[in-house]
Design a protein. Structure first.
Lengths: 84, 420
């Protein structure tokens, strides 16, 4: 897991991080399509909370787990977080 | 049905009446397809090992039941029943109120002391159920700035407790110590207190936690260890002290939780810990101070069971013999039951349709076990879950294995059959 980072991240950085985070949670690793919703990749409500926490540490700023519900795919979430 | 609700939500359907009607229709459709399919089924004989299952539709089936957790079969033991009758005659049938409202009697006080002694802790807090014990303790111990790291397979009551606490929480992969360590590293220096919450024996898989390795992490990372021993208290260790005791890590467990509705043939739950921590729990959760106390009858049953576990070790021995026998027979036939080691034998059937079909077919042959499917277990790890008790007979276990073998073979589920 990356260190705490206070610098801004690009959409691509965040997308890449999210792909890795989702991939490592899959039992049957299938290629990630970043436009597909998280639930397609075994990211349940419990995992959403964990991803939000890890993302928060990596980005160095608060990330609510509800963000993963409202922005329910890697593409949507990366775009939202990059704009913050 | 929780998944159906999530699906409706994704489709933008959030009106409560519409959601309720959708979920009720889903349940009705499942019941129509198979009236004895698990949701609303009840037994006519209570905790009889052979019971008549009844559906709300009136459909019935007589079965050997492998879904109840009365591990030691003490629920009809004459000594325990007599002690309960005596308690009811002396203290009445209800507690009459919350622990802080005069709802406790001498039996509650004696039980708390006995539980603390049996788990080698300073004190114990008694709750009306195991569920409320987890909710109460895990909601009251952490502060909002604290972090709880939980095994992904932890019981629903543990998740409900941590959510209620308002603290941050996250999960590590089931029994994956390296993943737990990664999470502990991530959390270092970010929270005043960190808790790691696990079960010692997991209810869905029947496998055990690597408690020695997890305890070893305490030397490198400061955290409080919370262990749910619901499925091991009373059946493992000296006088039923639990799985952690068998691994020599009892003293490293900061919070020892267990239920009394399983090996102890009663109802209720408890958390044992340092006396100051118990005081913190008792003052911090309505699940304790605002909840009607455990009934005197339940206290008497639990006290009697604690005595019987000491005096009659044959019940635990018989349980382990039965579990070992069934596991050996299933292994010989080529069944996959994962890493389960105790009286919970969870036969893995990844194909959900075949899993339900297998459950229905063996039920037709008079054997009842619960199918577990996503999201209770991972998507590709559906399982048919057998809970063995000391009250089962060898003949009943044979009947179950024979039915399983026949139908699993017909459904192409046996590994050896597939390999041929």
């Amino acid at each position: 897991m990356a260190d705490i980072c206070t610098a801004g991240k690009s959409v691509d950085d965040i997308r890449e991080w999210l792909v890795a985070a989702v991939t490592q949670r899959q039992r049957n690793r299938v290629p990630i399509v970043t436009s597909q919703p998280f639930y397609m990749y075994e990211v349940d409500s419990v995992e959403r909370v964990s991803i939000a926490y890890e993302l928060e540490v990596w980005l160095g700023r608060e990330v609510s787990d509800s963000a993963l519900v409202e922005y329910d795919s890697i593409d949507k979430l990366a775009a939202y977080l990059a704009e913050q | 049905m929780g998944l159906l609700r999530e699906e409706l939500s994704r489709e933008g359907i959030t009106n409560l009446d519409v959601v309720a009607e959708g979920v009720a229709r889903g349940i009705a459709a499942e019941a129509a397809a198979d009236p004895l399919a698990f949701y609303d089924m009840f037994t006519r004989g209570g905790t009889d090992v052979e019971a008549t299952l009844v559906a709300p539709s009136g459909d019935e089936a007589s079965c050997i039941v492998f879904s109840q957790n009365v591990y030691l079969g003490l629920h009809r033991h004459p000594t325990l029943v007599a002690r309960v009758q005596e308690a009811v005659a002396r203290y009445g049938v209800t507690s009459g109120g919350s622990p802080t409202g005069g709802g406790r009697c001498m039996l509650h006080m004696e039980l708390a002391k006995r539980l603390a002694a049996r788990t080698q802790k300073e004190a114990a807090v008694i709750f009306p159920t195991g569920y409320t014990a987890n909710v109460g303790a895990l909601s009251s111990l952490p502060n909002r700035k604290d972090l709880i790291i939980m095994d992904h397979e932890s019981h629903a009551s543990m998740f409900d407790g941590v959510k209620l606490s308002g603290a941050r929480w996250l999960v590590f992969r089931h029994n994956d110590v390296a993943d737990l360590e990664a999470k502990l590293q991530l959390a270092q220096g970010r929270h005043p207190n960190v808790f790691v919450a696990i079960e010692s024996v997991y209810s869905m898989s029947g496998d055990v936690a690597p408690v020695r390795e997890i305890v070893a992490l305490k030397r490198r990372y400061p955290f409080y260890l919370y262990v749910d021993e619901a499925h091991s208290f009373g059946i493992y260790g000296n006088q039923g002290g639990g799985y952690c005791a068998t691994q020599g890590v009892q003293d490293d467990v900061d919070f020892y939780m267990a239920t009394m509705s399983k090996a102890l043939a009663s109802s209720g739950g408890f958390v044992a810990a340092k006396a100051s921590m118990c005081a913190l729990i008792m003052s911090g959760t309505g699940a304790y101070f605002a909840h009607a106390a455990m009934t005197p009858a339940s206290c008497a049953a639990a006290l009697s069971a604690l005595d019987l576990i000491e005096q009659e070790p044959q019940h635990a021995a018989r349980l382990h013999e039965h579990a070992g026998y069934m596991r050996a027979r299933l292994a010989e036939l080529g069944f996959d039951f994962g890493a389960s080691v105790g009286p919970i034998i969870a036969i893995v059937v990844p194909d959900q349709d075949k899993l339900y079909e297998l459950a229905a077919r063996i039920r037709h042959d008079g054997v009842f076990a619960l199918p577990m499917t996503f999201p209770v277990v991972p998507l590709d790890r559906g399982r048919l879950r057998f809970v063995i008790t000391a009250a089962h007979t060898r003949q009943q276990i044979d009947r179950a294995v024979d039915a399983l073998s026949r139908h699993a073979r017909e459904l192409g589920l046996l590994q050896r059959e597939v390999a041929r």
